[in-house]
Ligand binder design. Sequence first.
Ligand code: FAD
Ligand code: NAI
Length: 483
Amino acid sequence: MSKQFDVVVIGGGPGGYIAAIRAAQLGFTTACIDEWKNGKGGPAPGGTCTNVGCIPSKALLQSSEHFEHAGHHFADHGIGLNDLSIDIAKMLGRKDQVVKQNNDGILYLFKKNKVTFFHGRGSFVKAGEGAASTGSGQGYEIKVAGAAEESITGKHIILATGSNPRALPGAAFDEENILSNDGALRIPTVPKKLGLIGSGVIGLEMGSVWRRLGSDVTVLEALPTFLGAVDEQIAKEAQKAFTKQGLKVELGVQVGEVKAIAQGVSVSYTSAKGEAKTLDVDKLIVSIGSVPNTIGLNHEAVGLKLDERGMIVVDDDCKTNLPNVWAVGDVVRGPMLAHKAEEEGVAVAERIAGQHGHVNFNTIPWVIYTSPEIAWVGQTEQQLKASGRAYKAGTFPFMANGRARALGDTTGMVKVLADAKTDEILGVHIVGPFASELISEAVVAMEFKASAEDIARICHAHPSLSEATKEAALAVDKRTLNF
Ligand code: FAD
Ligand code: NAI
C-alpha cells in the first residue's frame, strides 16, 4: 500500500519547501518531493534559488565586490596592497560551500518539522489509475521516480516546480561557451571578453560579477530603455553608475545568429540604428528570462490546465483547475522571485487549513544586487503618471548622508512617492548602498498604509543610511533637513 499524506508538495525550491514546512506546522502529515541533485548525485533541496540562483549569485557578488574594493577603494582608506590576486577556484569553492550549507539547512528543517522528503521526480499517475483527477477519497496518487521508485498519495497537492532559463532560438545552452545562469556561476577562469544577452536582473548581476573580476563585459538588450520596469529616475542613475564602472550596455538591438568560433562565440546583431554588427566573445551568458517548468509532471494525464506560456493556471488563491491541487512560485503568474514563491507557499498551506492566507502583490519588494544596489516596492513614477493618480515625490541623495560618506559609497538616492491628497506612500525606489536592506522599512510602511509624514516623524538612528529614507519622506513635503 502506498504511503498516504495530507499534503504532498512537488518541488523543493523556496515555494515548495516553505509550503511543506508551514503545512507540517499546521499539523498535516506532509511530504516534499524534489529531484535536484548535488555533484555527488545526492539531494540538493532549495531549487533554482539555492542551487543556481539567489544564493550562489550573491556569494559571487560578495567575493567580486571584495576584490573590487581591494583593488580600487582600499587605497582611499590608506590601506595598501601589493600583488592583489584572485583564486577563482577558491572563490567558486566557497560559493559551493554556501550552497551546500543551505541545502543541508533545508534537510535539517524537514527533519525538525517532520516533513517526509523524497529525492526524485514526482508525477501524477494517469487518470484512471488510483484516485487521481477527482481529488476525492484518498486523494491523488503520485509516483516518485528516483533511486527507488515509490508511490504515495496526497489529499492535497502543492505544485512548486519552478522555472528554467529561456534559451535563444537556435543557440541552445552548452554551459561551456553559451551559458545559462548555471554555467555563468561556474566559469573556471575570468573570460577576457564576456557577452550577455539581456540586461535584466541576471544580466546586470552576472555582468557585474565578471566585470569586477576583470572581464570586458558587453550586454546586448532588445528593449530601447534600460531597466524599463524600474522607476525611470532610478534606472537613469543606475545606468550612469554602471557605465562609469565600464559595463557596456547596448540597447534596442536585435540579436541574430549566434555561432561557435575558435575563440568562443560570435553574435551577429542589428544595432538600434540599424547597423549590422558582430560581437565576438570568449563566453556568452544568455539571460532573457525564465520559462515555467512542468516537465515530467505528467499533467496531461490528469487534465491540469496550463496557459499559452506553459504556466499552471491558478486563481488569486493559487488554486488550479483540479480540486485540492494548488500551485505556487515561478510556475504560476506573477513575479519570479523567491520571496513571492515563499509567501504563496505559506498562504496555500494556511488555506488548506481553512485559514485566510494572503499575499499582497502590491508590496512585494524587488532588489537587484549590483553595486549600487537597486530596490523598490510599489508603483513607479511613470506608472502613477500613466494611471492619472495625483502624487507628490521626494528624493534624497546619499551624497548628503553622513553614513554613506563614511562608507565611501555616496552613489544614488532614495525616492518616496506619496498620494497628493492623503500622503499615503505609493512607492519607494532606492539606488545606492544597502538598498536591499533599506527597502524593508518601505515595505512595512506600505503594508501598514503609512503616509510619508509617518516615516518623516519616526526617529531613525544616526548616522545610518536609513536617514536618507526619512529625509526623502520629508522631501515629499519639501522640508528636508540635511539637503
Ligand atoms: P525553484 O526554485 O525553481 O524550485 C523548483 C524545484 O522543483 C527545483 O528543485 C526542481 O528540481 C524541482 N522540480 C521540478 N519539477 C519536479 C518534479 N516533477 N519532481 C520533483 N522535483 C521537481 N529571486 C529572488 O527573490 N532574489 C534573488 O536574489 C534571486 N536571484 C536569482 C538569481 C538567478 C541567477 C536566478 C536564475 C534566479 C534568481 N531569483 C531570485 C529567482 C528565484 O530563484 C526564483 O524565483 C525561485 O527559485 C522560485 O522558486 P520556486 O520554488 O517557484 O522554484
Ligand atoms: P529578466 O526578465 O529580468 O530580463 C530579461 C531581459 O532580456 C529583459 O530586459 C528583456 O528585454 C531581454 N531580452 C529578452 N529577449 C531578448 C533578446 N532576444 N535579445 C536581447 N534581449 C532580450 O530575466 P533574467 O535576467 O533572465 O532573470 C530571470 C528571472 O530571474 C527574472 O524574472 C527575475 O525575477 C529572477 N531573478 C531575480 C533576481 C533578483 O531578485 N535579484 C536576480 C536574478 C534573477
